[in-house]
Structures are given as structure tokens and as C-alpha cells.
Design a protein around this ligand. Structure first.
Ligand SMILES: NC(=O)c1ccc[n+]([C@@H]2O[C@H](COP(=O)([O-])OP(=O)(O)OC[C@H]3O[C@@H](n4cnc5c(N)ncnc54)[C@H](O)[C@@H]3O)[C@@H](O)[C@H]2O)c1
Ligand SMILES: [Zn+2]
Length: 431
């Protein structure tokens, strides 16, 4: 077992990672807890619910369990209210502890329920998807969606413990593993070049969920995310680098409809695109772009994006990104592997990236079983671009001009629309 300790202003808590963690869940319950409520969904309950409930029996506390329906579309206020109703009907009080057993949907909604029930009760994250283990369970962001956008109603609220059992990943579809690994690689790219090298070396072991490799990958990912969160708990600047690849990814998810590609799959592809952009706007080496592409492909994520019917659609969506201000799109780019920063980019260069990383032949609909990676085509050999010297003063002037145009046009206001395939929607981030 390995432990990452998170220290944030609200307190300090351990993330425990390894085998048999679920069986020891009872040890994470504080002795003064009045009762335990396990929040899950029918899918996870059927696979891992008994193990969790049995492990909690040793506490001798009253245990309640409640399932929310499985799916992002249920991460909303109605479902949240059904959780509150269940807890109130069962007379759970402010000394009760909520255990969120599931992926990011259960974790985000459960965390927000804990943050607001009786003005806040203690909660434990038991993430069961790789994405939730390396991303959503760390950092204290909890939320539900609103018809006008994703994750718009929520709170920063830290758990008292995060218990990560690697064995639960064995029941996860391969596509979900690939999607989670994309976020793992992301941490190496933005913060730790040695970790990226390590991911390259042990990619096969990671895909096969070899225990030592996957435990280390989760440990290092949590440690790196915790480091950013500790520096910047309430999201201002530093935390933005966690958004690497996400500006492109959100445009893909938004453009083809949420749920067609898994979020992590879109992030994998988006990181290839962001690496290509980095090579144009920083000194990021072209060979390293190929390393990013090769690793994303190796873990089973798409590396070529759909055209979304043209660049206008891409730019329109990217302008809604949370990093954008007054219609000015910002990207997380790499100076080198392990070092990221946020900056704008000239539209011509972004267009060039889109030309080299999109194809009309990319399959955009999901497979029915979620077990196959969406079909993609190989990228056309990237066009050779002469090393472009970008004059920052010129770029700044151009961006200021566009920002003014956007302000004149009222961009950045009136973010309306639903989150599922409605035009004009706000493709806000999950992290
Ligand atoms: N809070 C944050 O910082 C943060 C960061 C990233 C993502 N998120 C949020 O996380 C959510 C996505 O999380 P997710 O990718 O885990 O999706 P998810 O919770 O929908 O889980 C994906 C699917 O896997 C199933 N599943 C879960 N564990 C399983 C297991 N062990 N075996 C088999 N099936 C299992 C689920 O029932 C679901 O069908 C989004 O709502 C996103 O906004 C939050
Ligand atoms: Zn993400």
C-alpha cells in the first residue's frame, strides 16, 4: 500500500492506494461517526458493493446504502435531492459519514451532497474508475451539472480520506482504462518529465493493470495533482495547467456530443493537438510531439480528431473554454516535457494544428459496448512547418484587436444551452 498525504487549508487527509484497500474500508471511518451512508450506482454496487458493505460492518455502525442511476445525465440537482431525501428519511444526522463508491459522477455528486447536507458532513472517496482515482477524487472539487452547463453548481469540499483499491479496476472496460491513462500521462507532460519517461517504458504494464505499475502511476498522479491543488486550492493560475489538452478535448466532446468519446479519450487526442501547437508557439521539440502521439496511441486513445465540420466550429467552442477571456482563447502549452504554461496562440497557428490533426474519416459515434476504442484513422503525415518565430508583441497586438472585436460582438456573455449536444453550450471542464 502507498499513501499520498494532501495538505490543504481545510485540513490534511490521506490517499491510500493499493490492493485490498476496499476490505479495510472500515478503518477509515472515524470512531465518532453516528452512521454510514454508502452512495453508489447499480453498476458499481453489483460489482463491488458487497465488498464495501462487508468491510464497513466491522465498525458496528448503522449502514445505509443508496444508489443513484448510472450516467453523467443523472449528475444533477434532482438526483442530489433524492440523496437528501433518503438521508433525511433515514434520520442521518450531522455526525454521519458519506462514502462515495463509484466513478467521478458518484464522487462529484456525493461530495457535493456531503458538503451541503446539514451544512457539511464528513465524506470518504472510494473511486472505482481510473479517471476518478487519478483525477476527480483529488482536489476537493464537487459539483452537479445544470441544464446550462457542466459542473456549474458545486463546492470546494475535501474528503477525510480517499481509499483507492486497484483491484476494482479489473472490472472496468478497457476503454475506461485507456481514458484514465490519458490523464496519467498528462501529469508527466505538464509537471514531471521523468514520470513521462517512466510511463513510456511501462505503458504495456499500465494497460495490463500490472499491480506495481498501476499503483505507482496512481500514486504519482495523485501526488502531482495534490501538489498543484495545495498551491492553488481555489483555482486561479497554477491549477490551469491541469487543463493541458482540454481546450481541444472540450471542443471535440462538445462538437460530437458529450458521451460519444469518453472524456479521457478526447483528452488523449487533445494532448497530441496541444503538443503540436506547443511546437509552433514555444521551443517544444518536434520529436517530443511524436513521443506524445506515440504514447497516446499506445495506451489506446485516439490521436486524430474529427473535423467537426470545419474550423469555425472549433473556434466557436474553444472561445467558451474557461481559460478564455473576452473571446481570447488560451491554451496550456509545453515548453518542454514536464513544463507547462498558459498562453494565447495566433488563430493561423491553431488552424494549422487543426489541419494536421483532424480528419473527416474519424469515427465520432460511440460503440455500443464501450469496450472498443473509437475507430480512428492514422494522421496524414504532418505538414512540415518551418520553425515559426512568433513575435510576441505582434501576437499581443493581434490578440488585443480580436479581444476587442469579441467584446464588441458580445462574446463571452450569454453562455446558454444544454450540456448534451445543444449549440451554444458551455463546454466547461471537469477539473
Ligand atoms: N472533481 C473533479 O476534479 C473532476 C475531475 C475530472 C472529472 N470529473 C467528473 O468525473 C465524471 C467522470 O468520471 P468517470 O470517468 O469516472 O465516469 P463515471 O462515474 O460515469 O464512470 C464511468 C462508468 O464506469 C462505471 N464504473 C465505475 N467503476 C467501475 C468498475 N470498477 N467496474 C466497472 N464499471 C465501473 C460507471 O458505473 C460508469 O458507467 C464527470 O462527471 C466529470 O465531470 C471531476
Ligand atoms: Zn480531464
Amino acid at each position: 500500500m502507498s499513501i499520498v498525504r494532501v495538505n490543504v487549508p481545510g485540513g490534511s487527509y490521506p490517499i491510500q492506494i493499493g490492493k485490498n484497500i476496499l476490505r479495510q474500508l472500515g478503518t477509515s471511518i472515524p470512531p465518532d461517526a453516528s452512521a454510514i451512508v454508502v452512495l453508489s450506482n447499480p453498476t458499481v454496487r453489483a460489482l463491488h458493493g458487497d465488498a464495501a458493505l462487508n468491510a464497513l460492518k466491522v465498525t458496528g455502525k448503522d449502514i445505509y446504502h443508496f444508489d443513484i442511476p448510472d450516467g453523467e445525465q443523472y449528475k444533477n440537482l434532482d438526483t442530489l435531492n433524492s440523496v437528501f431525501t433518503f438521508m433525511l428519511e433515514n434520520k442521518l444526522d450531522r455526525k454521519s459519514v458519506l462514502v462515495a463508491l463509484g466513478g467521478g459522477v458518484v464522487g462529484d455528486l456525493g461530495g457535493f451532497a456531503a458538503a451541503t447536507f446539514m451544512r457539511g458532513i464528513r465524506f470518504i472517496q472510494v473511486p472505482t474508475t481510473l479517471l476518478a482515482q487519478v483525477d476527480s477524487s483529488v482536489g476537493g472539487k464537487t459539483a452537479v451539472n445544470h441544464p446550462l452547463g457542466k459542473n456549474l453548481i458545486g463546492a470546494f469540499y475535501q474528503p477525510i480520506a480517499v481509499d483507492i483499491d486497484i483491484d476494482v479496476l479489473k472490472t472496468l472496460p478497457q476503454r475506461e482504462i485507456s481514458a484514465g491513462l490519458a490523464e496519467v500521462i498528462k501529469y508527466g507532460l505538464i509537471m514531471d518529465s521523468e514520470f513521462f519517461d517512466w510511463c513510456e517504458e511501462f505503458a504495456d504494464e499500465l494497460i495490463a493493470l500490472e499491480p506495481e505499475a498501476i499503483t505507482y502511476a496512481i500514486h504519482r498522479s495523485c501526488e502531482l495533482k495534490a501538489q498543484v491543488v495545495e498551491e492553488d486550492e481555489k483555482e486561479s493560475n497554477r491549477r490551469m495547467i491541469l487543463n493541458f489538452g482540454h481546450t481541444f478535448a472540450h471542443a471535440i466532446e462538445n462538437g460530437i456530443g458529450y458521451g460519444e468519446w469518453l472524456h479521457g479519450e478526447a483528452v488523449g487526442c487533445g494532448m497530441v493537438q496541444a503538443a503540436e501547437l506547443s511546437a509552433l508557439v514555444t521551443q517544444f521539440p518536434k520529436e517530443d510531439v511524436e513521443r506524445v502521439r506515440a504514447l497516446v496511441e499506445k495506451i489506446g486513445c485516439p490521436t486524430v480528431a474529427p473535423t467537426l465540420g470545419g474550423n469555425d466550429k472549433w473556434f466557436e467552442t474553444m472561445k467558451l473554454d474557461k481559460k478564455a477571456t473576452a473571446g481570447k482563447i488560451k491554451f496550456v502549452v509545453l515548453d518542454k516535457i514536464g513544463q507547462a504554461k498558459v498562453q494565447g496562440a495566433p488563430q493561423e497557428l491553431v488552424s494549422l494544428v487543426l489541419k494536421n490533426t483532424t480528419s473527416a474519416d474519424v469515427e465520432t459515434t460511440s460503440t455500443s459496448t464501450a469496450s472498443e476504442v473509437p475507430k480512428t484513422v492514422k494522421a496524414a503525415a504532418p505538414e512540415v512547418v518551418e520553425s515559426t518565430v512568433v513575435d510576441s508583441a505582434e501576437v499581443a497586438a493581434e490578440m488585443a484587436r480580436r479581444a476587442q472585436m469579441a467584446r464588441d460582438a458580445g462574446a463571452g456573455t450569454g453562455r446558454t444551452g444544454g450540456i448534451y449536444g445543444v449549440d451554444g453550450k458551455r463546454p466547461d471542464s471537469d477539473d
